[in-house]
Design a binder for this molecule. Structure first.
Ligand SMILES: Cc1ncc(C[n+]2csc(CCOP(=O)(O)OP(=O)(O)O)c2C)c(N)n1
Ligand SMILES: [Mg+2]
Length: 617
């Protein structure tokens, strides 16, 4: 049986039928399609989506934002579901580049379908076409190649018969997941072909729980038994593998302490007895001290970004060895580790019986308990700073944390918030803490919050972001209102980029370009710019309020919870009052020569700190 359809109609029909499966659960993999139409997709994919309502269409305001929404949706679903994105050719397509990079860096599956220039070519150059004198096989969509885990351009209708299964294989592969880009020339989208009916059968893509090498697992048990100061570094892979319970049991049984990366935070609840919290540049003292001393680091689902490894200074024990559990072979070999290439949950479950009777010694257990207790005191101190307005960011974090219920999720991405949240946030369940910190992309926050809400509309989603991020991308508030997906947005207004201002000063400079103040001659040191964020949010349809004090913030958040539409609470926070760093360092290269004394001083300190960077063999 054949069915005559356009390429676009066939793509839509095919995607509708694809499911993911794991642990006996099965679900539709592509929940819907976000899109902005133009001449490059309106008559192709647009026509198909309008005629075939099996794949739900969502309208957004900006193509970059919709990719963030799709990635956040996938992250909140632990990569078991995602969304697709359709654009016109040219600027609509290239607007997705930043979203594609964000998704791929974070290993989150998203399907991008940018329109492309005519395959027929005779009408070139079409509106928005990039011309090239040395090839007719070039379009702006080639820019997606390094950002995509799979990239293809469909030049003939029958090519989708082999391309779409590849698209699905990569999207559902835990090791390969990232942006998948399927470029669709405007004319090809509308061409008809007799597609075999079987192509549109339901298909379940099982996301496997692959097992590592049995011999290496045995050796792992030997290494752990021989270790005096082991430490677990839990990354995003723990969450994607839904391995939190297995990790909790493993930590309890062995007594090995668990530290968490940004993507891995929430792997264990903050009050789990083995949980030491954040590790690395934005880590807690406990996690960082244990990391420094560790003779064995067990990395689970982590890619060891510089924030986790403190730019390769975190692990200072001369004899430190690594064991990495990771679905991606690439990551499992990092730091010359004993590679346990496989799924985190089954690996932990199979390892535990091999460690029967093993436990860390009582000194280690006491130390972990003490470090935990000291840290909780420090968090309480920062949560209760009690500064006059403008209040401190740490205190705002505490108030938002207390306003949330166990099932809710907090979303953030860039600025000074991620570092403070990583340290201070008390996470109650896996998925409750949603940080995009692979790309730390300003603008992800509200668009991402929308994806998190779509993943489970029953939960309250709290988006925390700075004034800089808000000004970069706030327009998806309109989408949240149009779709009826309510967000609780907390905007921390410190009149500029406090994170980068602080970084600039720590490098011996003066924070040029980091204040939202009027220009006065050479500098921006006039009055604060009169941006009215509450009025801005209200103009987009949100319910907006301002809060100056702790009490006003508590009240505003309670009000926001009662609202049924998106709310924005604007809090002015102190630019200077910072949460300190604890026992860590980050490599930001400082000018080797300068006319300025503070830069020379900073460079000297930098060179000393850098000498601690290690390679592992
Ligand atoms: C798209 C993008 N551009 C630039 C940066 C570099 N950057 C990181 S934080 C930051 C400032 C963020 O300002 P704001 O949201 O107000 O947060 P604050 O630093 O004040 O906490 C900048 C420019 C980035 N992460 N993302
Ligand atoms: Mg700011």
């Amino acid at each position: 049986m054949k069915r005559r359809m356009t390429v676009a109609q066939a793509i839509v029909r095919y995607l509708e039928k694809q499911c993911s499966g794991r642990d006996g659960k099965e679900q539709r993999f592509i929940e819907g399609v976000f899109g902005i139409f133009g001449h490059g997709n309106v008559a192709g994919i647009g026509q198909a989506l309008e005629q075939d309502r099996g794949l739900k269409y969502y309208l957004c305001r900006n193509e970059q934002a919709m990719v963030h929404t799709a990635a956040a949706f996938a992250k909140a679903n632990f990569r078991m579901r995602t969304l697709a994105c359709t654009t016109s050719i040219g600027p609509g397509a290239t607007n997705m580049l930043t979203g594609a990079a964000t998704a791929t860096v974070n290993r989150l599956p998203v399907l991008l379908m940018p329109g492309d220039i005519f395959a027929r070519r005779n009408v070139a150059p079409v509106l928005q076409q990039l011309e090239s004198g040395n090839s007719e096989d070039v379009s702006v969509n080639d820019c997606f190649k390094p950002l995509s885990r799979y990239w293809d351009r469909i030049q003939r209708p029958e090519q989708i018969l082999t391309a779409l299964p590849e698209v699905m294989r990569v999207l559902t592969s835990p090791a390969e997941a990232g942006a998948v880009t399927l470029c669709l020339p405007q004319d090809v989208q509308t061409e008809a072909y007799d597609y075999p009916e079987e192509f549109f059968q339901k298909r379940v893509w099982v996301i496997p729980r692959s097992r590592c090498d049995a011999g290496l697992l045995k050796r792992t048990a030997e290494w752990i038994r021989g270790a005096k100061k082991p430490l677990i570094v839990a990354g995003g892979g723990v969450l994607y593998s839904e391995a939190s319970e297995a990790l909790g049991k493993f930590a309890e049984a062995t007594g090995i302490a668990v530290s968490e990366t940004q993507a891995g935070k929430g792997a264990l609840a903050y009050d789990h007895p083995q949980e030491l919290g954040a590790v690395g540049v934005t880590g807690t003292p406990g996690a960082n001290i244990l990391a420094r001393e560790a003779d064995l680091v067990i990395g689970i689902g982590t890619r060891y970004s510089d924030f986790t490894s403190a730019s390769k200074t975190a692990f200072q024990n001369a004899g430190v060895r690594f064991i990495n559990m990771n679905v991606a072979e690439f990551d499992s070999y990092k730091h010359a580790a004993l590679p346990l290439t496989g799924d985190a949950r089954v690996t932990l479950e199979e390892l535990l019986p091999l460690l029967a009777g093993y436990s860390v010694d009582s000194q280690y257990r006491h130390r972990v308990a003490n470090l935990r207790a000291e840290w909780e005191k420090e968090v309480d101190r920062i949560y209760g700073l009690g500064k006059e307005p403008p209040i401190s960011q740490g205190e705002v974090i505490g108030v938002v944390n207390s306003a949330m219920e166990a099932g809710d999720t907090m979303v953030c991405a860039a600025g000074s918030l991620p570092g403070d949240l990583h340290k201070l946030w008390r996470t109650k369940r896996p998925g409750g803490y949603h940080l995009e910190y692979g790309y730390s992309c300003m603008g992800y926050e509200i668009a991402g919050g929308l994806g998190v809400k779509m993943a489970d509309p029953r939960r309250e989603v709290y988006v925390m972001l700075g004034d800089g991020s808000y000004l970069m991308m706030a327009q998806e508030i309109v989408t949240s209102i149009q779709e009826g997906y309510k967000l609780n947005i907390v905007l921390l207004d410190n009149h500029g980029f406090s994170s980068i201002g602080g970084l600039s000063r720590s490098c011996g400079n003066e924070g040029m370009g980091t204040n939202y103040r009027y220009r006065q001659g050479e500098k921006y040191d006039g009055d604060v710019l009169p941006v009215d964020f509450a009025a801005n949010a209200a103009s987009l349809g949100a319910s907006a309020t301002r809060a100056r004090t702790r009490e006003e913030l508590i009240h505003a958040l309670a009000e926001a919870r009662r609202q049924t539409r998106t709310t924005v609470v604007v809090v002015e926070t102190s630019y200077e009052q910072r949460v300190p760093g604890y026992e860590s360092w980050w490599d930001v290269a400082i000018a080797e020569v300068s006319e300025r004394e503070p830069v020379r001083v900073a460079r000297k300190k930098y060179e000393e700190a850098r000498s601690k960077e290690r390679l592992f063999f």
